[in-house]
Ligand binder design. Structure first.
Ligand code: MOS
Length: 744
């Protein structure tokens, strides 16, 4: 409706968007009533347990299947000898979100933790014990599990087909004529998503209809992928994923054990449930790959960047292609007239890495912000002044204007709140008792993609509505924020909106990832609501019995469950319009996507300031204060957005100081595949974290003006902490997480 467009070119939202509403699903969650996939208990359900490979490369020579099968309660033991084939090769890539499906089609071991057998039993205990009884013998082959010994390979493309290399301008000339330069090397470690809810699936065949309960960030795509590998029609699959106990990218990609569970359910004609243990998540469900990044920043004698060169070496598996796009973090952040970004892949005997919260950007930003701090020091400038001097007013890689960019406001807001002014330039100048104190900063940036979504919005005779799209709530608050947008599209109070979601029979909401879900699914929901209202307005304005008669569709506004004339104060309730027309309901449809080629560079931005305390004797680092200010377009729900930003920043603490998945180099196995050994920040590690949002009006990013907040909090933060550690100690961290022994 034209009248819903404001002068800025994006839609005017109503009274729900912008409210800090608490989660609509909160009571279900705190009372334990929210159904997660592993809670499903269909009649007669069997329990599956996978056996994980204990070597990193070779083949399984022998499995004691007789012992496992003889265990009471065991129904069947699946090995490569008896697992039914799939409709497609396990290596088939039907779209860019497919990794190799490890489904026991051969006896090869390609990484430690790879499923090499699966036991199905009447109880979880029986399946667990029988899996142990399989006691595999291996023919091991020499393996490689680290960046140092991995095998280089040539690649032109990164994750999701992005180009691996980009050059703009004449690097040789820029280097030759620059006044000074710094070269920085930073390594980042392999990390695991460690969602609170480990991966799980319950599968049940009802005739030729397959019902799946599994946490999933991309319901429509996953339904298609399952169907293709099973050789059935997508319409035969019902996938339910109403609640996801954390995804962070790991639940956007399917893994073979899900298909194995489905195959077993078909083979045994019983429902089968598989719930991975924490240690079983390590290997087959994706991780953040380690990187080794080298940056060279050239400057003129004023400290203006003349060239930025960012190279990344990163690992992938021996059989898939996913490469972390870390160097791309340098594409659009600082005003470098000459720019080169390169990536080099190496293959190792590890599970395929995958997208993990701020994929590419998180490690890339960590290295870039360390390099920027070193460059500021070389230029003799305060780190914030240096970044302001090199602020990009247009996107250096594309030359396009930014759709909006309130980064200067973020710097000012966060620096002011932090008290950055007066920071000593030299390191080791501040103390708190016997602890060294340091301040550091980093810039945050994340792109604003949109995917494809569809939605329905149905107004009912009583003036309430049901809205439908298969969105994914992995804890970020989609159940609430999307309902707020839908309510405003419909012009009714959110309490009158029933939201159906997380279910594959609903219109597809696209991928919940890339920080684009609110923008994409929200646009579809808003448009569906507006479509229903448009039909309602057509009815009323053409009906002589309505007070709206003759106003014209563009002459009315929807608000509080009524249509209002714009030219006087008369209005009519939705239920009255429907009743007079003799209708039980009106159904609107809408889609969300970005049309055409982008005309602007679109990013969320932010600034993160960190204070650390370092024990000079033990090297132990504590983040004592962390303050971030972010500009992310329109904020639909300030409470949920703050929660997302805080969560991202706390992930940054983990990446900077704690999180690291370690392989035993000799065995190739993980040594810390549990939450006792793999440390994530707890409350004591994040005593004071503050996330502020800065007003930003974006007329170009999409009709809602929404940019997304899911991932940007990680960026900026890791570098800010690393820079604060330098300021405290005078030691430049060359590696994340920072190890205490490197500081003493
Ligand atoms: Mo994400 S790594 O886009 O879930």
């Amino acid at each position: 409706m034209d009248d819903m467009l404001n002068t800025q070119g994006h839609v005017r939202l109503g009274s729900s968007a912008g409210q800090p509403l608490t989660r609509r699903d909160g009571i279900l969650k705190v009372t334990g009533a929210a159904p997660y996939a592993a809670d499903a208990r269909p009649e007669g359900v069997l329990h599956a347990v996978t056996l994980a490979a204990g070597i990193a490369r070779g083949r399984v020579a022998r499995l004691n299947t007789a012992a496992a099968e003889a265990h009471p309660g065991v129904v069947k033991v699946y090995t490569p000898a008896n697992t039914p084939p799939l409709a497609l090769s396990p290596d088939e890539k039907i779209h860019p979100f497919v990794w190799r499906m490890e489904v026991l089609q051969d006896d090869r071991v390609r990484y430690a933790g790879q499923p090499i057998a699966m036991v199905v039993a009447e109880t979880l205990e029986a399946a667990t014990e029988a899996a142990r009884l399989l006691a595999p013998d291996y023919e091991a082959e020499p393996h490689r599990v680290t960046l140092d010994d991995a095998e280089p390979f040539d690649t032109e493309t990164l994750a999701f087909g992005r180009p691996a290399n980009m050059t703009k301008g004449d690097l040789a000339t820029a280097r030759a004529t620059s006044a000074r330069h710094v070269t920085t090397q930073v390594e980042t470690s392999a990390q695991y998503h460690n969602a609170m809810e480990p991966h799980a699936i319950t599968a049940q065949w009802v005739g030729d209809r397959l019902e799946i309960d599994t946490p999933n960030q991309a319901i429509g795509l996953s339904k298609q992928t399952f169907a293709a590998f099973l050789g059935i029609a997508p319409e035969q699959i019902l996938l339910r994923s109403p609640f996801i106990g954390g995804g962070f990218g790991s639940k956007a990609i399917l893994y073979g054990a899900q298909l194995l569970t489905i195959l077993a359910a078909r083979d045994l004609d019983r429902p089968v449930k598989l719930a991975l243990r924490r240690d079983q998540v390590y290997g087959p469900t994706g991780h953040r790959a380690p990187t080794r990044q080298t940056l060279r920043i050239d400057m003129d004698d004023m400290g203006r960047i003349t060239a930025l060169d960012h190279d990344t070496i990163t690992l992938t598996s021996s059989f898939d292609e996913f490469l972390e796009s870390a160097s791309n973090a340098s594409h659009s952040l600082y005003a470098a007239p000459v720019l080169r970004t390169t990536h080099h892949g190496r293959r190792a005997d590890v599970g395929t890495p995958g997208p993990m919260r701020a994929p590419g950007e998180a490690p890339g930003s960590a290295a870039l912000e360390i390099a920027m701090d070193e460059a500021a020091r070389a230029a003799g400038l305060d780190p914030l002044d240096f970044r302001l001097l090199n602020h990009a007013d247009t996107d250096p890689s594309s030359g396009m204007s930014f759709s909006s960019k309130a980064l200067r406001e973020c710097y000012a807001e966060a620096a002011g709140r932090f008290g950055w002014a007066g920071r000593p330039q030299e390191p080791r100048q501040m103390r708190e008792g016997r602890l060294l104190k340091g301040w550091g900063m980093g810039t945050a940036q994340f792109p604003c993609p949109m995917f494809q979504a569809a939605a329905h919005a149905t107004l009912r005779a009583d003036g309430s509505a049901v809205v439908e799209t298969s969105a994914a709530d992995m804890g970020q608050g989609a159940w609430t924020a999307l309902a707020q947008i839908a309510a405003d599209g419909l012009g009714i109070d959110i309490d009158r909106v029933e939201f159906r979601s997380g279910h594959s029979d609903l219109p597809d909401a696209g991928v919940a990832g890339g920080s684009g879900h609110t923008a994409t699914a929200g646009t579809a929901l808003f448009n569906a609501g507006a479509d229903a209202v448009r039909q309602l307005a057509d009815l009323a304005t053409q009906d002589p019995a309505s007070p709206l008669f003759g106003a014209g569709n563009a002459g009315v506004t929807a608000r509080s469950g009524r249509l209002w004339r714009n030219d006087d104060d008369r209005s009519e309730a939705y239920e009255d319009i429907l009743a007079r027309a003799g209708l039980d309901l009106i159904r609107g449809e809408g889609t969300g996507a970005r049309e055409g080629e982008p005309t602007h560079a679109m990013f969320s931005h932010g600034a993160v300031f960190a204070e650390v305390l370092v024990d000079p004797d033990l090297g132990q680092v504590r983040v004592s204060r962390l303050i971030g200010a972010f500009a992310a377009g329109r904020i639909i729900n300030p409470a949920l957005a703050r929660s997302q930003l805080l969560g991202g920043m706390i992930w940054g603490i983990g990446m900077a100081l704690q999180e690291e998945a370690l392989h035993d180099i000799r065995s190739g196995r993980f040594v810390n595949n549990d939450l006792a050994g793999y440390h994530v920040p707890v409350t004591a590690d994040a005593p004071m974290v503050e996330a502020i949002t800065v007003h930003e009006d974006d007329p170009f990013v999409n009709a809602l003006g929404v940019k997304g907040v899911g991932e940007i909090g990680v960026t900026g933060t890791v570098g800010a902490i690393g820079n604060a550690v330098w300021h405290a100690t005078g030691v430049r961290p060359g590696r994340f997480p920072i190890h205490p022994e490197t500081l003493i």
